[in-house]
Design a protein around this ligand. Structure first.
Ligand code: PMV
Length: 325
């Protein structure tokens, strides 16, 4: 009763920020993402009667009770489905910094859902897996698939909120996301509590929701047509709208650092000089730059000159989450 799975992180091009149902992680709005090939989590789950309680080891460190509780809660969903009682040892490795706005929870819960269901002996399709992954972390449901992915909620219930691929990994091989890590410190406000405070207090929140339908329709079309400029423009504007709801939360949520702003302003300046790229940022200070393959070298050169990046990772559209052992 042991299995290992690998899942990639994803970055939202049309974001979700806020829930309709906190227990089930049903979002206020649909979202679209691209799965990233270079940021991943590898997780091994073993259910065995010799374990008296669940153990969670992340990057070779045994995790405290609080963190392990979240994993146990997720394992319970699978234990219930598989009708098993055994406790588990879960070992995860992230190949990038955790909890710093790099969607580590997305790859983590996607890998955990797949490895645990396989180890528990149940066969689930990608729809069922995305429903389970969603309950660990909303964005995790999108990491079940590769390429470009949409997370839709048809009705406000558990089985109607899942992800689907809208363009395959192989279809747009020139698309790049340059992940610029400006700080590896853990963020102080989790996305879970941040979005809850935003929904409750930001006067901009209803305005954000009103614009989403249009962003989704345009983004879906732009991805299908592989219209890079349009994808970039919508993603950047959508990111700024989401951050405007964060900034106007009470108390304010500001995930950006001076380095973040420096990159944003540089990208806008470089566009004027005909170097086309767009930025997007999640619940953290890191900047993800959307561009095409032919501009990667020049962008990296200019980013290095800014001297704000601790690490630069160039990603392509990545593959779906998979069992590897
Ligand atoms: O997956 P969660 O529930 O931790 O929230 C992620 C929220 C954002 O990354 C900011 C946006 C998104 O759609 O991924």
């Amino acid at each position: 009763m042991k299995a290992t799975a690998k899942a990639n992180a994803n970055i939202a091009l049309v974001k979700y920020w806020g829930k309709k149902n906190k227990e089930l992680n049903i979002p206020q709005n649909d979202s679209i993402s691209v799965t990233l090939d270079k940021l991943n989590t590898t997780t091994t789950v073993e259910f065995h009667s010799r374990y008296k309680e669940d153990i969670f080891i992340l990057n070779d460190k045994v995790q405290d009770k609080e963190t392990t509780k979240k994993i146990s809660h997720h394992l319970n969903i699978i234990r219930q489905k598989a009708k098993i009682k055994e406790k588990a040892k879960v070992q995860s490795i992230n190949n990038f910094p955790s909890s710093s706005g790099l969607a580590s929870s997305a790859s983590a819960f996607a890998a955990l859902s797949i490895a645990a269901s396989k180890a528990a002996g149940i066969n689930l399709d990608s729809r069922e897996l995305s429903i389970i992954a969603r309950k660990g972390s909303g964005s995790a449901c999108r990491s079940i698939h590769g390429g470009f992915v949409e997370w839709k909620t048809e009705e406000n219930n558990d089985n109607s909120s899942f992800s689907k691929q809208i363009l395959s990994t192989e279809s747009w091989q020139q698309f790049r996301v340059i992940v610029v890590i400006v700080s590896e410190k853990e963020k102080t406000i989790s996305s879970r509590s941040g979005m809850e405070q935003t929904v409750a207090t930001s006067p901009m929140y209803s305005g954000w929701l009103k614009t989403i339908k249009n962003d989704l329709a345009q983004m879906r079309q732009a991805i299908k047509e592989k219209n890079f400029s349009l994808v970039g423009k919508i993603a950047e504007a959508n990111c700024l709208k989401m951050h405007s709801t964060m900034l106007t939360t009470s108390p304010p949520i500001i995930y950006w650092l001076p380095q973040t702003i420096k990159i944003i302003q540089s990208i806008m300046q470089w566009r004027k000089e005909n170097l086309e790229s767009y930025f997007t940022i999640d619940a953290g200070p890191q900047v993800k730059i959307l561009c095409l393959e032919n501009n990667v070298t020049e962008l990296k050169k200019r980013l290095n000159k800014l001297q704000v990046a601790q690490k630069i990772i160039v990603c392509k559209p990545g593959k779906e989450a998979l069992i590897i052992k």
